[in-house]
Design a protein around this ligand. Structure first.
Ligand SMILES: Nc1ncnc2c1ncn2[C@@H]1O[C@H](COP(=O)(O)OP(=O)(O)OP(=O)(O)O)[C@@H](O)[C@H]1O
Length: 981
């Protein structure tokens, strides 16, 4: 950590004390100044700083530099989180911003559908995992889907409000009571629990940080109240107080009066806690001091600052607002106008943010901050009074939130508690009064425009919220860089032989862009003032069930950045207003205020059991006044660099464009996905149609084939009759031909199940056969054909045309051979030409597919494997030179010798003309067939007949004679039985 340049406080005190000796000159703060002038003359000799005086025996806790002591809490009303170590050590040097993470609990059923994407790992770290990264959805975002983030402490969802307050805010409360400034702000997306953390809920024990802070302050200063003679002005200044500083006029409307806006709005679920829900913690304080507590409540909305205590005014339309804050209850007590009455005009005027005069600070370590000119500071004497006042302020905020149709807090709310502390022995010396302030900021939700689907007014609002948060982040970043640069320079400076002038280093530091947003302008004092800075605490609220994962990642990154920024906690001593003897300079060029923003709003009154009516309101938001040069000295006036301003505007513009681009990308992605999906669906549909058509074609084609074969059978029978009485043997020949007729269908059938079932009975299975046959056919064939051929299949080599042949001249098991379809010596029966061609060549690929499929079945069926192996070995024995492919092996398996193979083309060996019975061609053909079947060992016990389909049977029956019925013969194979797969 960088060590601070040696600027001793005693020297600066001397200097400032001398300054206060100057007679106050007239200024705009004339009232206070004149009163001050009327005050008894003071000795203005240099004093020892009050902060080092410990004249009281019980003054020890006030000396922060003495001994690091644990919190002097007399009645600990909380159970501290066990592992949390709140840093109570005295540190007068820079101190990094503390960042606490608070995880919101699961609230209702709406959260139940989400799994939390944030998982606490330790007391100080959490892991965030993008819930969408597990899905197939591709992320447009460049955000890492899973990251670990570290905090000063992580508070799990079950942390009570009391614990949370004690461990995050209580140290700041003690600091402010001991004269040190503090800042606490909540940061997070909408609905993450920021307001709950600051203000609290409605249930008992759910009071938030703000009411508890007030409780502890007033508990602790019990009996130590000051007389309120002086009041705070600006950041660190004081002046004589007036009676109007007390909130005597704050009264909410009674319930009996006509409905006022407050009534209407109070019907809304209130976040304010009950008066009995108080924090009993008491801090032990130096009892030689007197304390007075002052409260202010400002709102930054649409880059304008409004006073929630005093800037609301009411009046008839076109009334000119006086600019002087009236009673804060005036507006809320106004009865709402009826339907026909002219609309109630609500006017509120934006306040100007002005640089603090150097004299407000402490000499060299003057406050570099800015203050809200005209912000009303009200003295409060009890916690109850303070809470009531804040409730009015919250109502004011809600009025405009409601009238602006805001769904959630779209403004930043800043409550500042000022503590004036003076030593009892010095109570009449304004130079000895210490002013310390604690600012609690409830920032607006940090979500981006694209998630809220905002437009118009909401867009402007969101843009301004984003702008102030963006500028806050940029300020943090610049501060971090500057502080590192400064630390490096200081390290180099302490090397022997080198000299360092920190002013030179500071000149090289980047300009922190505080002035580019109202929020940062107001808060800048906490970050940059050497003399009046303070500790800063950031509370990061996260709702782990929120869908805005990316937004929460930004929040986490912001917290990580903030933790690297250091502030300068130091005792702050107030100054009386300076003598404005310095030359006034005209204000630099400033943007002209835009036209007042007018909104017309209608509020519906009534509800269940009440008469419903409407009230018309008109809301006028006026811009702040142009700086009239008040209290602006040469030192205060910072040069406004138009280029920097323009660059900021451009950054903001680009940021909005980036969001827009992200949004469009997401939309385009969604649309593209949709289009691709539709296209795929169409393709699938067209493929389905195509395959259905092919299937139908194939079925028709095979039907034709079957008919042709049946014709052939018919002819052969006729011829047989002509040739002579049919022998049993020739009958079986005819039957085998019949089986051949249905053969092409049965390739897969046999492979799948028929082979197993070939010994089954055929009787009484006609119907089954019919249906299963066609089904099996369509399945096997369509499966084989419907496969979309891979573009790489068979690439680079011609599709081999092969066919299996059975050598008819061999007795015993059939041998499966491969031969080119172009073999000339192949015997082709005229009647079978078409079938042969169909079987052998056109769908060679399909056949291969079919064979592959069969081989797939093989792997599933162990029994079949055995058969295959045996068949393969047989085949390899007979055809050793030609390795049998897998598909062919299957063919071999399913074509044992006793079954006529459908796809096997019967190759005839040259026949001796020894048969010679009959001289006609037909008898020769029959003889050939007989011989062929003889060579296949068909007949007898082993002969297998495959029953043709119904049509074939009918034809066979009709051929046999009228009234004849086809009766399957014993031993005929029931081909219809198929294994279901
Ligand atoms: N720790 C908690 N325990 C119980 N309820 C909580 C807690 N934190 C938040 N809630 C509830 O969650 C809801 C949203 O919280 P809250 O209004 O504080 O969110 P927010 O961040 O302030 O939102 P916005 O930015 O819109 O104002 C409220 O109903 C509040 O009561």
């Amino acid at each position: 950590m960088a060590s601070k340049p040696k600027a001793t406080r005693s020297s600066t005190r001397t200097k400032t004390a001398t300054q206060t000796a100057d007679p106050p000159a007239p200024s705009r703060t004339t009232r206070a100044v004149s009163r001050l002038a009327a005050a008894p003359a003071k000795k203005t000799t240099a004093r020892k700083p009050l902060v080092n005086r410990n004249t009281s025996p019980d003054a020890k806790p006030s000396d922060r530099n003495a001994t690091p002591k644990p919190a002097a809490v007399s009645k600990p009303a909380y159970k501290p989180v066990s592992t949390l170590s709140v840093d109570f050590s005295p540190d007068s040097d820079r101190e990094p911003i503390k960042a606490f993470l608070r995880i919101r609990p699961r609230l209702d059923d709406s959260d139940a559908s989400y799994e939390p994407y944030l998982e606490p790992l330790t007391d100080t770290s959490v892991r965030m995992t993008d819930p969408s990264s597990s899905t197939t959805h591709s992320r447009l975002s460049t955000i890492n889907p899973s990251s670990i983030y570290t905090f000063s402490h992580v508070f799990p969802p079950e942390t009570s409000q009391s614990d949370f307050f004690s461990n995050t805010t209580l140290p700041l409360v003690r600091d402010v009571l001991e004269g040190q400034n503090g800042l606490l702000f909540t940061y997070g997306v909408t609905n993450s629990g920021k307001t709950y953390t600051i203000q609290g809920g409605s249930s008992e024990g759910s009071a938030g940080i703000l009411p508890r802070t007030l409780d502890v302050i007033f508990n602790s200063i019990e009996g130590l109240h000051g007389d309120g003679k002086y009041r705070p002005v600006r950041l660190q200044g004081i002046e004589l107080a007036s009676e109007s500083d007390e909130p005597t006029s704050i009264r909410l409307p009674s319930k009996n009066s006509a409905p006022a806006l407050a009534d209407v709005l109070e019907d809304e679920p209130s976040s304010s806690t009950s008066s009995t829900d108080t924090d009993p913690t008491v801090l032990k304080l130096d009892r030689n001091y007197e304390y007075t507590i002052w409260l202010s409540y400002a709102e930054v909305y649409n880059e304008k600052v409004y006073d929630l205590f005093g800037s609301l005014e009411s009046g008839p339309p076109n009334s000119v607002p006086s600019g002087i804050p009236r009673s804060t209850s005036a507006f809320l007590n106004m009865p709402l106008p009826s339907n026909k009455a002219p609309p109630l005009l609500l006017t509120r005027k934006a306040l100007t943010v002005k640089p603090c005069p150097a004299s407000d600070g402490d000499g060299d370590m003057a406050s570099a901050g800015k203050y809200v000119a005209g912000l009303r500071q009200v003295r409060v004497k009890s916690a109850a009074e303070a809470k009531e006042l804040l409730r009015v302020g919250q109502l004011h905020r809600r009025v405009f939130g409601t009238l602006a149709n805001s769904q959630s807090s779209r403004s930043h709310a800043l409550v500042t508690i000022k503590v004036l502390r003076v030593h009892r022995g010095e109570r009449n010396d304004p130079t000895c009064i210490q002013t310390a302030r604690l600012t609690l900021v409830d920032l607006a939700g940090s979500e981006r425009t694209k998630h809220t689907h905002t437009s118009g007014e909401r867009l402007r609002e969101a843009g301004n919220i984003n702008k102030s948060l963006m500028v806050l982040g940029q300020c943090m970043e610049t501060l971090r860089v500057n502080q590192r640069a400064l630390a490096r320079s200081l390290q180099q400076g302490v090397r022997p032989g080198t000299q360092l002038d920190t002013r030179d280093v500071k000149r090289t530091l980047a300009l922190v862009p505080f002035r580019h947003s109202k929020l940062t302008e107001i808060l800048m004092d906490y970050f940059v003032s050497e003399g009046s800075g303070g500790k800063a605490v950031m509370i990061v609220n996260v709702n782990p069930y929120d869908t805005g994962f990316d937004e929460n990642v930004h929040v986490m990154k912001f917290a990580a950045l903030a933790r690297e920024v250091a502030t300068t906690p130091a005792q702050a001593v107030s100054r009386i207003p300076p003598s404005p003897t310095k030359s006034r300079v005209p204000s630099g060029p400033r943007a002209r205020p835009s036209a007042p923003h007018r909104r017309k709003v209608t509020i519906s009154l009534g509800g269940p059991g009440r008469k419903v009516s409407e009230a018309h309101l008109e809301v006028l938001e006026e811009d702040e006044e142009i700086d009239d040069g008040e209290e602006t000295s040469v030192e205060d006036e910072e040069p406004i660099n138009p280029l920097v301003n323009a660059l900021f505007d451009e950054v903001e513009e680009l940021r909005m464009q980036l969001y827009d681009a992200h949004l469009r990308c997401a939309l385009i992605e969604a649309e593209t996905r949709e289009e691709v999906m539709i296209e795929m669906e169409e393709r699938m549909r067209s493929m389905e149609d195509m395959f259905t058509r092919r299937l139908m074609r194939v079925m028709e084609h095979n039907e034709e084939k079957m008919d042709a074969k049946l014709d052939m059978i018919q002819r052969s029978r006729v011829l047989n009759r002509v040739a002579g009485p049919r022998s049993d043997y020739s009958g079986s020949v005819a039957d085998s031909v019949e089986s051949d007729a249905v053969g092409p269908l049965r390739m897969s059938d046999v492979g799948e199940g028929e082979f197993d079932d070939r010994t089954s009975s055929v009787a009484g299975r006609d119907a089954d056969y019919e249906s299963n046959d066609s089904e099996a056919y369509s399945i096997s064939d369509s499966d084989a054909r419907d496969r979309t051929p891979s573009p790489l299949a068979g690439k680079g080599k011609p599709a081999p045309k092969r066919q299996s042949t059975l050598r008819p001249n061999q007795r015993g098991p059939a041998k499966v051979l491969e031969s080119d379809s172009g073999d000339d010596d192949m015997y082709v029966d005229e009647t079978e030409t078409e079938d042969e061609v169909e079987t052998a060549s056109p769908d060679e690929d399909d056949d291969d597919d079919e064979e592959e499929e069969i081989s797939d079945f093989e792997s599933e069926d162990a029994d079949e494997d055995e058969i295959q192996n045996s068949t393969e070995s047989e085949s390899s024995e007979t055809t050793p030179a030609r390795p049998i492919t897998k598909g062919k092996a299957v063919a071999a398996k399913i074509a044992p010798a006793d079954i006529p193979l459908a796809t096997a083309q019967v190759k005839r060996a040259p026949q001796p003309a020894s048969r010679g019975r009959g001289s006609t061609r037909s008898s020769r053909a029959i003889a050939e067939l007989e011989q062929e079947l003889d060579s296949l060992s068909l007949g007898g016990r082993d002969s297998t007949v495959i029953i043709p389909n119904k049509k074939a049977r009918a034809e066979a029956a009709s051929a046999a004679g009228p009234g004849a019925e086809y009766i399957p013969q014993k031993g005929e194979v029931d081909v219809a039985k198929k294994k279901k797969r």
